[in-house]
Design a protein around this ligand. Structure first.
Ligand SMILES: Cc1cc2nc3c(=O)[nH]c(=O)nc-3n(C[C@H](O)[C@H](O)[C@H](O)COP(=O)(O)OP(=O)(O)OC[C@H]3O[C@@H](n4cnc5c(N)ncnc54)[C@H](O)[C@@H]3O)c2cc1C
Length: 332
C-alpha cells in the first residue's frame, strides 16, 4: 500500500454495535473533522468487526473522508491479537499524526499495545485535543481530576484514547461522499491468544447513563438503599437515569455500573441533580460536562456548591420525595 496520508491526518478507530457506530465514535469523528479542517489534513476512519455493510457510509456521513472496513468473523468480538493483525500494518502505511480510540474497554486495552507495535507513544483518557505550533496537544485530568496536564508527543502517530462525552459528535450528513476501502485481513487463528469464554449481561436494566438527558445521582447523604429507591423513583418520574457516587456503590446501595466519576462513568446530561454528594474532585470529573448541576446537601460548606448552578441546603430525601409528589400532582 502506498503512503496515503500526510502527518496532519487523523485516524479514528470507530467501534460499532448492532451495525451502528457507537456515540463515542461519532464524537471522535467530530473532533477529528475539526482538527483536520484546522490543519488541512484528512480524516480516515477504521471499522473492524462483522456485519459491517453500512459502516462506510455511516462514517463518511459523520465526517470521515475515507473509511477502511475490515469485515471478518475473527474481528468480533474484539480480540487484541486479531485487531493488531489488521491495524498495525495499515496504520504504518497511513502514517497519520494521531490515532484516536475511545477510552472504553476496547480502547484502553488496545492503545498501549498499538503504540508499542508502532514504536510510538500512547496518551490515554484525554478530554481535549488541539492543534498548536504545527503539532497536536493532548489534555487529560491528573491528580484525581484536580488538575489537567497538556501533553505533546515526539513520535507519530500518537495513539490517543478519548473520554466519552468530551466532544460533540459531527452532525450526520448523508450527502457526504468519500472513499470506502475494504481491507482483506489475513488473521492467523494460531496467533490469536485470547478467546471469550463467557459473556454476562449487565443485570442493571435502568436507563442508560451515557445518553440520559437527566441524571439523578445519589451519594452517602441518601443514607441507604431506601434513599436510593426514592432517587430511582424521581429518576423514573423525570424520565432520567440513576447515578451514584463511589461511596454509595461501595456500600452496595447502587450497582457499580451506576458509578459516576474518575473511576466510573462520564455523563453530560442537560440536568444533573446531585443528592447528598459532597462534590469530591473524583466525582465531579465524571459530571463536569453537565449543562446544569443542581445540588442538595445539608452542609452549606459542601464543595459541590462551588460547582453547581443551583444549590439547595436541606435534606435530600425529603426534597426528592417532595419533588415526586409535586410532579405527580402536576401530571394529574
Ligand atoms: C483514585 C480515586 C478515584 C475515585 N473515583 C471516584 C469516582 O469515580 N466517583 C466518585 O463518586 N468518587 C470517587 N472517589 C471517591 C471520592 O474521593 C469521594 O470519596 C466520594 O465521591 C464521596 O462520595 P459522597 O459524596 O457520596 O460521600 P461523602 O463525601 O461522604 O459526602 C456525603 C455528603 O452528603 C451530605 N449529606 C449527609 N446527609 C445528608 C442529607 N440528609 N441530605 C443532603 N445531604 C446530606 C454531607 O453533607 C456530605 O457532603 C475516588 C477516590 C479516589 C482516591
Amino acid at each position: 500500500m502506498n503512503r496515503l496520508c500526510s502527518r496532519s491526518d487523523i485516524a479514528v478507530l470507530a467501534e460499532f454495535a448492532d451495525g451502528a457506530p457507537l456515540p463515542l465514535a461519532t464524537e471522535m469523528l467530530g473532533l477529528a473533522r475539526r482538527l483536520a479542517d484546522e490543519t488541512g489534513g484528512a480524516v480516515t476512519a477504521m471499522a473492524l468487526g462483522t456485519g459491517m455493510a453500512g459502516a462506510g457510509d455511516a462514517l463518511l456521513a459523520h465526517g470521515a473522508d475515507r473509511v477502511f472496513v475490515a469485515d471478518d468473523p475473527a474481528l468480533a468480538p474484539y480480540q487484541a491479537d486479531a485487531w493488531m493483525a489488521v491495524l498495525v500494518d495499515t496504520l504504518r502505511d497511513l502514517a497519520p499524526a494521531a490515532v484516536l480510540a475511545g477510552h472504553g474497554a476496547v480502547g484502553a486495552d488496545l492503545a498501549p499495545r498499538l503504540a508499542f507495535r508502532l514504536e510510538t507513544a500512547a496518551v490515554t483518557d484525554c478530554i481535549a485535543v488541539s492543534a498548536e505550533d504545527g503539532g497536536l496537544r493532548f489534555t487529560r485530568p491528573c491528580y484525581g481530576g484536580k488538575a489537567h496536564e497538556v501533553i505533546s508527543v515526539k513520535t507519530a502517530p500518537a495513539v490517543v484514547t478519548l473520554r466519552a462525552k468530551s466532544h460533540a459528535p459531527a452532525a450526520p450528513d448523508d450527502s457526504r461522499r468519500g472513499e470506502v476501502v475494504a481491507l482483506s485481513p489475513d488473521i492467523d487463528p494460531a496467533k490469536v491468544r485470547t478467546r471469550i469464554v463467557e459473556k454476562r449481561r449487565d443485570t442493571d436494566d435502568g436507563q442508560r447513563l451515557d445518553t440520559a438527558r437527566v441524571v439523578i445521582a445519589g451519594g452517602r447523604g441518601l443514607d441507604g438503599a431506601e434513599g436510593f429507591q426514592i432517587a430511582g423513583d424521581l429518576a423514573d418520574t423525570l424520565g432520567g437515569a440513576l447515578g451514584a457516587s463511589r461511596v454509595a456503590c461501595d456500600l452496595g446501595w447502587c450497582p457499580p455500573s451506576r458509578q459516576i466519576g474518575l473511576s466510573g462513568r462520564t455523563v453530560a446530561p442537560e440536568l444533573y441533580l446531585a443528592l447528598g454528594i459532597s462534590g469530591a474532585a473524583q466525582h465531579m470529573s465524571g459530571c463536569a460536562g453537565a449543562k446544569t448541576i443542581v445540588a442538595v446537601n445539608t452542609d452549606a460548606q459542601a464543595p459541590i456548591f462551588k460547582y453547581c448552578r443551583f444549590g439547595v441546603i436541606g435534606d435530600c430525601r425529603e426534597l426528592a420525595a417532595a419533588l415526586i409528589e409535586a410532579l405527580d400532582n402536576s401530571a394529574k
